[in-house]
Design a protein around this ligand. Sequence first.
Ligand SMILES: Nc1ncnc2c1ncn2[C@@H]1O[C@H](COP(=O)(O)OP(=O)(O)OP(=O)(O)O)[C@@H](O)[C@H]1O
Length: 242
Amino acid sequence: MAESVVIQGVTKRFRIKHVRSLKEIAARAMRGRPDQVDEFVALTDVNLTINEGETVALLGFNGSGKSTLLKCISGVLTPDDGRIGVRGKVAGLIEVGAGFHPDLTGRENVYLNGAILGMTEEQIAERFDDIVAFSEIEDFIDTEVKFYSSGMFLRLAFAVAVHTDPDLFLVDEILAVGDEPFQRKCIARIRELRAEGRTLVIVSHDLNMVADLCDRGILLEHGKVVMDGEPHAVVRRMRGED
Ligand SMILES: Nc1ncnc2c1ncn2[C@@H]1O[C@H](COP(=O)(O)OP(=O)(O)OP(=O)(O)O)[C@@H](O)[C@H]1O
């Protein structure tokens, strides 16, 4: 089977600067001690291969490194060590609103976001009506998106992303801001993408939903992969049921 994502020895560190009061800053400066910067290792030596057509749930408790790994796969973040190879066209729904300009209308943002995700102007024009119909925000499509609710943002971002024909679709926790009918619609669309043989990596705290949706579960703990297997078994381990 062809590989979709190959992650080799990936480590990601963040620099954490401590916020201090002006008094503390002045005192440290007078003592000749500059502001202290700590390093935080968010991912440690992650090695994974995801094959084409696999549906992967990336699981773990808050702060375990799921979003960081998704951002490294999408290219938003660069690992400090190791390498990541991705085959094909990637669409990521990682941060709602990323790739949208607040002062542009929904319509203009469909073109902007579509272009960022690799579509030509012609392709966007061809799929525009379908995108808007999927998002169900027809009445607000010519409103500046700064006036959108977070759910409306999600609707438009999801609609654009699924209409880009991605080979690899990365979805972070964002479905949570959609209302229940729209969540059901997104999950149905994700199942269609899966049936079409696309590769999916999904981060969600809705453990039952992702375990049912995915055929593989990867568990991160403190930035390390600690389990890789059948998703319901991974969820049972997270819940301490095994
Ligand atoms: N830009 C950043 N600067 C500093 N630390 C960061 C940055 N981004 C993430 N981190 C830290 O890296 C760790 C992993 O964060 P990440 O967002 O990947 O976790 P997560 O598993 O997605 O968590 P959650 O379930 O809460 O969304 C956290 O401790 C977080 O504080």
